[in-house]
Design a protein around this ligand. Structure first.
Ligand code: APR
Length: 289
């Protein structure tokens, strides 16, 4: 079940100091790890201009983004929740993958083209923005902004319509609730039922298939790259300790101190990740940290 850690609201973290310059992972470890997994959060897309959930970017109108991502919020006010998701869809449609997304794509290419194949790589993302869609071995654990699910017949499908319903057009710029009637909200093309975003909300369970896939990746993971996530939302928040308990190493990339890690890269991941993974313009610059 998707759950925010109890410490989330009260947690205060010291601001890490951005060290600047190339910060690189232990090269031997990067080369000898057999199965590397990247666990990503909203910080990965921050440099693309997509707001994070917590901290400064965590507000929409007067609401905290996390307050609207619940089945109760949708039941109580489906118009408000759709206005919020419409806003996020429209925003993301104007954004592009940044250097950190690209570093992961390049790293995957490097791993896939290695001969003999000694290494495998997977990306597990909590992000629903689709900006990692160029990754081949990708698990979008919290769903997608561009998928819908019918609340009546359960039909799931991709949907990139802009706007997703005519009546939502322009509401992304409003500071106030528009209160659209249900008939004007996105509806199922099969049964006309009310659609909802196909994302995992708080207090909802993740798909069993997804959980099983994640388990397969984590069980053989010997290096976990934890990128741009506050580590406050379960189940993802538990993955680093799971890997660590099995002897895997943890490398954290964040602008502030979050997890206990074997390697810590404090700085914007767009600046740091490419160097750390040695995929920056083909240069093999590296230092042991
Ligand atoms: N580079 C690296 N890290 C960054 C950057 C950056 N440029 N900008 C912000 N961060 C870090 C922040 O310091 C923070 O630790 O990204 C993290 C973002 O945290 P959250 O906003 O809590 O996002 P996330 O961890 O992905 O949230 C998990 O919670 O709201 C739910 O389902 C939603 O998937 C989401 C889940």
């Amino acid at each position: 079940m998707l759950q925010e850690s109890a410490k989330a609201s009260s947690l205060e973290r010291s601001q890490g100091q951005y060290q600047g310059g190339p910060q690189l992972i232990d090269v031997t470890l990067l080369k000898t790890s057999k199965h590397i997994v990247a666990l990503c959060g909203a910080g990965l897309s921050a440099e693309s201009g997509v707001p994070t959930f917590r901290g400064e970017g965590g507000f929409w109108r007067t609401f905290q983004a996390t307050e609207l991502a619940t089945p109760k919020a949708f039941e109580k006010n489906p118009s408000r929740v759709w206005e919020f998701y419409h806003y996020r869809r429209e925003l993301v449609l104007t954004k592009k993958p940044n250097r950190a997304h690209k570093a992961l794509v390049d790293f995957e290419k490097k791993v896939l083209s290695a001969d003999p194949k000694t290494q495998t790589f997977a990306v597990i993302t909590q992000n629903v923005d689709g900006l990692s869609s160029n990754i081949k071995n990708l698990i979008e654990m919290h769903g997608s902004l561009f998928k819908t699910r019918c609340t009546k017949c359960g039909d799931r499908r991709e949907n990139y319509d802009s706007p997703i319903a005519l009546a939502l057009k322009g509401t992304e710029n409003s500071q106030f609730d528009i209160n659209l009637p249900i008939e004007k909200l996105p509806s199922c093309s099969k049964c006309k039922g009310l659609l909802r975003p196909d994302v995992v909300w708080f207090e909802e369970c993740l798909d069993n298939d997804i959980l099983m896939k994640i388990n397969v990746e984590l069980e053989r993971c010997d290096l976990l790259l934890v990128i741009g996530t506050s580590g406050l939302v379960y189940p993802a928040a538990a993955y680093a300790s799971f890997v660590s308990a099995r002897g895997g190493k943890i490398a954290v990339f964040n602008i502030e101190k979050t997890y206990d890690a074997d390697f810590e890269f404090i700085g914007p991941c767009g600046e740091v990740l490419g160097n750390a993974l040695m995929v920056n313009d083909g240069e093999d610059k590296h230092e042991v940290v």
